[in-house]
Design a protein around this ligand. Structure first.
Ligand code: TYM
Length: 336
């Protein structure tokens, strides 16, 4: 019998998703859902570390679940569940806290960025500092082999591997699988449209930097038309992240939504002006996102259906999590 590998991945329900989320991870969720044993988690406990997210969390959970279904994730093929429904994440979280050093958390760039950008009136909560340990718990609880993530999460994954190896070494046993990350082929870091040197992020105050999955056609058109390119003359549609970050970012988006290689796109657009290239991208993006939006509206209305999916996911995930946490506790010698 072939044993399927385990995949774990999660998204926070913190508001509207961007094309970066789709290209960076959801596309991989789609690809792997039939091939592996997939656990796809709505990380609501993580979302509570944000200041604004706390108030709207319930709606955000249903929004995110509807998007997950709208892009084509089928709950019959995988386990979609809500993090807060599985208490074992917290049980493991405490344990991992005791094997992680403050210096290691201090080095996390995402935490450092959040402190840098913090509003004067907001305190940094402890959850935000410990966030990577909760993420490690999510992953290690399910004997995970692979974790599809975007580029910005690599450091958290490295920490997860470090903690797992450390515990295995202390007890001289393979208590944890050592997970590997999976990045999207093109687009593990989709960049801001007007500033292609930084990641496209839903929290950006300049909304022109972001294509949201539920953006209207007119917004998509305006945002792509505004996207920064370069002043090469004559213009060249070529992929070069260093010299041509704007065009490369648009090529990543085009390539991912159409499943066409960058090489083929460069050939296709060889004598195109930037405007003409953008026109084609706008057409394809609108077509692509229209379908997602239509599906989203369909699913978002079906609250009972959504609740049922979360309940089924809870039952499936809890069964595994309960068994695994007992195994972990037993191996380190507690909970007798
Ligand atoms: P979150 O909710 O911020 O984002 C979800 C995933 O989307 C990826 N992503 C992007 N990828 C490419 N380009 C972009 N512009 C872009 N924006 C977002 C993120 O890298 C991420 O993989 N900590 C995680 C959630 C989490 C998790 C986990 C992930 C909690 N537990 C366990 C994996 C395994 C986060 O904040 O993702």
């Amino acid at each position: 019998m072939i044993i399927k590998k385990n995949i774990f991945s999660a998204i926070q329900p913190t508001g509207k998703l961007t094309i970066g989320h789709y290209i960076g991870v959801l596309k991989n969720w789609l690809y792997y859902q039939n091939k592996y044993n997939c656990f796809f988690c709505i990380a609501d406990m993580h979302a509570l570390t944000g200041i604004k997210n706390k108030i709207k969390i319930k709606n955000n959970i249903y929004d995110l679940l509807s998007i997950i279904l709208a892009v084509g994730i089928n709950p019959m093929n995988c386990t979609i569940f809500l993090q807060s429904n599985i208490i074992e994440h917290i049980k493991l979280y405490w344990l991992l806290n005791c094997y992680t050093y403050i210096g290691e958390l201090n080095r996390m760039t995402q935490f450092k960025d959040k402190i840098k950008n913090k509003n004067k009136n907001n305190n940094i909560n402890c959850g935000l500092f410990n966030y990577p340990i909760l993420m490690s718990s999510d992953i290690l609880l399910y004997n995970t082999d692979y974790v599809p993530i975007g580029y910005d999460q690599i450091q958290h994954l490295e920490l997860t591997r470090l903690i797992a190896k450390r515990i295995n070494k202390i007890y001289s046993k393979n208590i944890f699988n050592i997970p590997k990350y999976i990045l999207a082929k093109n687009g593990s870091k989709i960049m801001s449209l007007c500033n292609p040197y930084k990641k496209m992020s839903k929290s950006d105050i300049n909304k022109n930097n972001i294509i949201f999955l539920l953006d209207s056609s007119i917004k998509i058109k305006n945002k792509i038309n505004n996207a920064l390119t370069d002043s090469q003359y004559p213009p060249k549609i070529l992929y070069n992240k260093i010299k041509k970050p704007g065009i490369s970012n648009l090529l990543d988006i085009f390539s991912s939504i159409k499943n066409i290689s960058i090489y083929k796109l460069e050939k296709k657009f060889i004598n195109f002006s930037y405007n003409k290239f953008k026109k084609e991208l706008i057409f394809e993006l609108i077509l692509f996102l229209k379908k997602i939006k239509k599906n989203y509206i369909f699913f978002r209305k079906k609250k009972n259906f959504l609740k049922k999916i979360l309940l089924n996911g809870k039952l499936k995930a809890r069964k595994i999590a309960k068994k695994n946490i007992l195994h972990i506790y037993k191996n380190i010698g507690i909970n007798y």
